[in-house]
Design a protein. Structure first.
Length: 572
């Protein structure tokens, strides 16, 4: 009391407000940090899961094409040839077609039998090939160079060394199993890239083992895909075998040069990148014992004491593939914006104390309003709402966080290929529409259309997946233009789309939209105008479901529309 009595009146009146502003600013900073941390915890897990899923889809798509190559080279039910020389024209044609399925990366298909005979076709380009033959069970191979599927091989070049197919790892691996198998990954000595071989047993007419057909798969595209991922500055993504040998990594090396100049594969445990080593050590047992193939997330403590959040999944197939996918991001990468915001809030509090009487109230009201807006936005994301955030016009940290939340929501609810809404976004929108129907007395029915593109596989098979992706984008734009502004078009999966007709008067309205969509999608593709192989045009089968007659929940409506679509497809 003696101290307070000695203070000037101005200081005595200002001090409580100064303490109040400083205390309030600290509380706001703590609440801001806590709210941002909780939001980031939720969204960072979703982003890691989505990233792992993207890697899983990309890798699966990269390796799965090799099965189709083997099937084209030796279709199931076709026995192995008794003599390669006698059936050479048919074998040449099938192997040319096989190496056309996924020429990048499966440009080499080959076959060796138990008598030591061998045929292999290596595609140097779209028109140029090298045929490698050993029609007898002894001696070197003959190499023929020609152009076109039926080109004249001309005179051969004879290899100097003796190639014995029965001693090769792919032959031994394929002959030891009843179906397909993958060989061990090795380093191609010419390209210095990782290569895996998929092999399959081929039987004779009596069902006895005759030989092995195989194709090589370059794994360079795995690393290329990982390096293109939009990770944080310190994050890392990697694909490896169960023993830790790296197949691809977003940064650093996956092949190590030895003292003698030769290259060997690098194990994650021996990587020079501490995050790669720590992630593998912390997660390998978890990924190995995961009970399902879904992506999982966890947090571990790195050797430097920092917390690291990691998403992981196990990728397997029926040919024995067993790889691990891991995406690790230090927690500070997710929280650095929140921490910076907290520090700046404290600094602003000190400055605000000087101008407390003039600006304190305004600053406090502004910050509180923004925090309420962010908290409400975070709750909407947590509740699964598909309603977009109001655009923030602020240029400070709060605005950055608000825009980050909006951007995260958009990425979670947008199909990256077509730019349309994704399946999750449409499901959420339909659920909100059902809630509006039930709670707010909205009596207007609505419809769900299931759209399946006809003959789309022909696009991928004939023109490749890049053209197929472009076709999907063109068809998505047509669908979006064919519906009203309040309706929603979403990519469901592959070449399937869903359409929400937000408000219709009767079922006939939905049928009219269905007819319009079928007419729009039946028009020739702008991208492939003049292609005779697409005559008639693609078109689509469209199924209709109307709420509430055809279902009173999302799953039932989609299933009903799907069934109607298949009925129409069979009728056509």
């Amino acid at each position: 009391m003696t101290l307070l009595s000695r203070l000037p009146l101005r200081a005595l009146l200002t001090l409580p407000y100064l303490v109040l502003v400083l205390g309030t600013a600290i509380v706001i900073g703590v609440l801001s940090y806590a709210a941002g941390r909780d939001t980031v915890d939720d969204l960072s897990g979703q982003l890691l899961t989505e990233t792992v899923h993207r890697i899983e889809q990309a890798v699966e798509g990269h390796v799965s094409g090799s099965a189709a190559v083997l099937e084209v080279a030796f279709p199931k039910g076709i026995p192995a040839p008794e003599s390669i020389a006698a059936e050479l024209p048919a074998l040449r044609e099938r192997f040319w077609l096989a190496t056309s399925v996924h020429r990048d990366p499966n440009n080499y298909a080959y076959y060796g039998d138990r008598d030591g005979r061998f045929i292999g076709l290596w595609r140097a380009s779209e028109n140029d090939a090298e045929l490698r033959l050993r029609t007898e069970g002894t001696g070197p191979r003959s190499l023929y160079h020609y152009s076109g599927i039926a080109g004249d091989p001309g005179r051969p070049d004879v290899e100097r060394r003796i190639f014995e197919p029965r001693e090769r790892p792919w032959y031994k691996a394929g002959s030891a199993v009843s179906l397909q198998t993958w060989t061990s990954i090795y380093i191609d000595f010419k390209l210095q890239q990782l290569v895996a071989t998929r092999a399959r047993r081929v039987n004779d007419r009596a069902g006895a083992f005759k030989g092995v057909v195989a194709t090589d798969l370059s794994l360079q595209q795995v690393t290329s895909f990982l390096q293109r991922l939009a990770l944080s500055a310190n994050g890392v993504a990697m694909v490896m075998e169960k023993d830790g040998n790296l197949i691809g990594v977003s940064r650093g090396a996956y092949i190590r040069k030895q003292a003698d100049g030769t290259n060997v594969r690098l194990n994650a445990a021996d990587s020079s990148d501490p995050l790669v080593t720590a992630t593998y050590a912390a997660v390998r047992s978890l990924a190995d014992t995961a009970g399902d193939a879904r992506p999982h997330t966890t947090v571990f403590t790195a050797p430097d004491g920092s917390a690291v959040q990691v998403g992981y999944a196990r990728l397997t197939d029926d040919a024995g593939l067993d790889w691990l996918i891991m995406v690790a991001v230090p927690r500070k990468d997710f929280l650095h914006g929140i921490l910076d915001n907290f520090r700046r809030t404290v600094l602003l509090a000190v400055i605000a104390a000087v101008f407390v009487m003039l600006t304190g109230t305004l600053v406090l009201a502004t910050v509180t309003r923004e925090l309420r807006r962010l908290a409400a936005a975070a709750r909407r994301v947590g509740e699964g709402s598909a309603a977009p955030f109001a655009e923030s016009q602020r240029k400070d940290e709060l605005g950055d966080l608000a825009r980050s939340l909006a951007d995260m929501q958009r990425r979670l609810l947008t199909d990256p290929l077509t730019g349309l809404a994704n399946r999750e976004a449409l499901i959420r929108r339909v659920e909100e529409r059902i809630v509006a129907q039930r709670r707010r007395g909205d009596s207007r029915p609505f419809g769900v259309l299931f759209v399946d593109i006809n003959h789309f596989k022909k696009i991928n098979d004939e023109f490749g997946h890049d053209i197929g992706d472009a076709v999907l984008r063109e068809l998505g734009r047509r669908l979006a233009a064919a519906v009203d502004g309040d309706d929603l078009v979403a990519r469901f999966a592959g070449d399937e789309f869903l359409v929400l007709l937000d408000a219709i008067e009767r079922r006939e309205d939905a049928e009219r939209v269905r007819v319009r969509i079928e007419q729009v999608l039946r028009q020739p593709l702008e991208l492939l105008t003049g292609s005779k192989s697409l005559e008639p045009a693609l078109g689509a089968a469209v199924g209709v479901a109307v709420y509430p007659e055809d279902g009173q929940d999302v799953e039932t409506l989609v299933r009903h529309a799907d069934q109607q679509m298949y009925l129409r497809k069979r009728a056509d």
